[in-house]
Design a binder for this molecule. Structure first.
Ligand code: FE2
Length: 619
């Protein structure tokens, strides 16, 4: 049985640009949970092991005919048309005259690039849609140029006076046209920050100036191989590995400086704001106090105590301000847990030797514990040798949840609980109940995990409430919604604490997001009802991103949990126009309080964060 979001989208009306859906009610105000026999319609059969050339996926759409295609000989910086106010599709173009002057390549660069072209052209297996730049960078996935702080116009409603700060959103935005395979996760990180002050807004879009970005900018072409798309098949992987080694030996790059993209998320901890990507250390960023421009301060190793990498999803305890994080990798210990104190002092690593090599993108904390999902996605060497992805699903592996006291100094008290069928990549929240004898986790469970990296459009994730009884070892699960949901967030003041409301994005299909829902996860398990209590669809051709909750008065301990705003970027593909939306989190229709028309397109991306003006001033 497959899962399809289309089954659940049918009741929605779409009669305006930003439309609203109120779930059908039963006798109470809470809609019944409808677990239909779900299915995929009119979609090609797929597996993650395919090497065939062109099973065209339903989305994203390919580039239009006249658009310039990436070619093996290209190493041009990407320029894109600005689309504000015009009904045009984002188009990847080569620069005719560029503010970025082309770098004159050195002889080694010419030779290495020729070898790279040879691998792309003659050694790579047939390109899969998931790594075909024509698909991956189509529509509003196409990158944009940097944008200095630019004033925006409020075109609907009014920006609330209490919304004082900046909403940052991270996402991939490749500096160069891909010379070969390219996966959505492989783009250089770009931050899009809309700063709001006294009812006015400015937008600024800047690359995170990572070591990879700066090295390649200086060289004038890609130098460091892509992690997700650079290793296709044994021969191509070996060839790229040898080429990367040659580039290192000749001084083109030093892997000790990191190879990460910082393209995934942002986090505010230990008094600093960081752009995060799980294959590298955090990159400190801030806004220039005078110009409001985004500045990359640098890569932070926390006095040499943070090595190699850190998750892009650290958890910040809202009361203690401690940051909990981990790193993971393909060699033991597969997971290393740690925390960073509010003063920036990193505490000693806790290696978790009982972990298995899994794709561990996110985790959860409670006041007592840290919970790690050990899912069916992991390194996939056999698949890679056959030309598939180096990361893939293992259907024979039984998923587990690992629970460790969050102040543990070793893994002595680590416990693992087998939970067949539970594969979550993102956690929404977790908390303790029954004096710490029960752990509750809320997370979107991916029902079709085999599609995670290769066919995101086939993913269906169902948000579940998972309970671990630490006394009996029993794990119970309860779906709280059958909609295809991910990118779930809560009021940041409730991280690790029992809470009622979550806000999540609706996949239509993933990675496109057609709207958001508000979930009341406090609904009793016995009711078997869908917990959606409010939602908004953006309308035909309009797609958004992860929602983020901003409290009206975060300093007020008596404020209601949902007394605030939900914010997100939304792009109208018909008009070629991006907007920043502010929605009333308490209203049943998530009413739009303000819409800000942005001076430049904001591509679809990953995770965001609102930073108050007070916190911005401390950076
Ligand atoms: Fe994520």
């Amino acid at each position: 049985m497959e899962a399809s979001s289309s089954t659940f989208l049918s009741p929605f009306s779409q009669n305006s640009q930003f439309t609203t859906f109120i779930a059908p009610s039963s006798s109470s105000n809470v809609p019944l949970l409808r677990v239909y026999s779900v299915r995929i319609e009119d979609k090609p059969q797929t597996t993650t092991s395919t090497t065939r050339k062109s099973p065209s996926p339903p989305t994203p759409r390919p580039l239009k005919k006249k658009e310039n295609r990436p070619s093996p000989s290209s190493s041009s910086p990407i320029r894109t048309q600005k689309t504000a106010g015009k009904a045009q599709s984002p188009v990847i173009t080569r620069p005719s005259s560029s503010s970025r002057k082309p770098v004159e390549p050195t002889l080694p660069t010419i030779i290495f690039n020729a070898l790279d072209d040879f691998i792309n052209t003659f050694i790579d297996p047939p390109v899969r849609p998931s790594v075909d730049p024509k698909y991956v960078l189509s529509s509003n996935f196409a990158p944009v140029e940097e944008l200095p702080p630019t004033e925006c116009s409020v075109v609907e409603g009014t920006l609330p006076a209490c919304l004082d700060g900046a909403y940052f959103r991270n996402g991939p935005n490749p500096q160069f046209l891909p010379r070969g395979p390219y996966h959505l996760f492989d783009g250089d990180g770009m931050l899009h920050a809309v700063r709001i002050s006294k009812g006015k807004a400015t937008l600024c879009s800047r690359y995170v100036k990572t070591y990879k970005y700066m090295t390649e900018k200086k060289t004038g072409s890609p130098v460091i191989p892509n992690v997700f798309s650079g290793f296709n098949g044994l021969t191509a992987s070996a060839a790229r590995g040898a080429l990367a080694a040659a580039r290192m030996v000749t001084g083109q790059f030093n892997v000790a400086n990191g190879f990460g993209l910082a393209n995934t998320s942002l986090a505010l901890f230990a008094g600093k704001l960081y752009a995060m990507g799980e294959s590298d250390l955090p990159y400190e960023v801030k806004l220039d106090p005078i110009t409001g421009d985004i500045i990359t301060v640098g890569r932070n190793d926390f006095d040499g105590k943070l090595t190699m990498s850190m998750t892009a999803h650290p958890k910040i305890d809202p009361d203690t301000k401690e940051a909990f994080g981990f790193r993971y990798g393909p060699i033991p210990p597969f997971v290393t847990f740690f925390r960073i104190n509010p003063d920036g002092t990193k505490q000693p690593d806790v290696p978790i030797l009982s972990a298995r090599p899994s794709f561990l993108h996110d985790f959860a904390i409670t006041k007592k514990y840290a919970i790690f999902p050990d899912i069916q996605i992991g390194m996939n060497p056999l698949e890679m040798m056959a030309g598939g992805s180096p990361v893939g699903a293992d259907p024979g592996k039984v998923p587990r949840l690992g629970v460790i006291p969050r102040y543990a100094t070793d893994e002595r008290d680590m416990r693992w609980f087998e939970v067949p069928g539970l594969n979550f990549i993102h956690a929404i929240n977790a908390w303790d109940e029954d004096d710490g004898e029960t752990i509750v986790i809320v997370a979107p469970n991916i029902l079709s995990v085999e599609h995670t990296l290769e066919r995101m459009d086939l993913i269906h994730a169902s948000v579940e409430k998972i309970k671990i009884d630490l006394k009996t070892g029993m794990v119970s699960r309860h779906p709280v919604s059958t909609r295809n949901l991910d990118f779930g967030v809560v009021n940041p003041a409730y991280v690790g604490k029992k809470n009622k409301y979550a806000y999540a994005a609706i996949g239509d299909p993933m990675p496109k997001i057609c709207g958001i829902v508000k979930l009341d996860v406090s609904v009793s398990e016995g009711d078997r009802r869908d917990c959606i209590v409010a939602s908004r669809l953006y309308g035909p051709g309009c797609y958004g991103g992860e929602p983020f909750f901003v409290a009206k008065d975060p300093e007020n301990p008596n404020a209601e949990e949902d007394d605030g705003y939900v914010v997100s970027y939304v792009h109208d593909e018909n008009k070629g126009e991006s907007r920043f939306l502010v929605m009333d989190a308490k209203s049943p229709n998530l009413d739009i309080v303000a819409a800000v028309k942005l001076p430049q397109r904001v591509p679809y991306g990953f995770h965001g964060l609102f930073v108050s003006e007070r916190d911005l001033n401390k950076l």
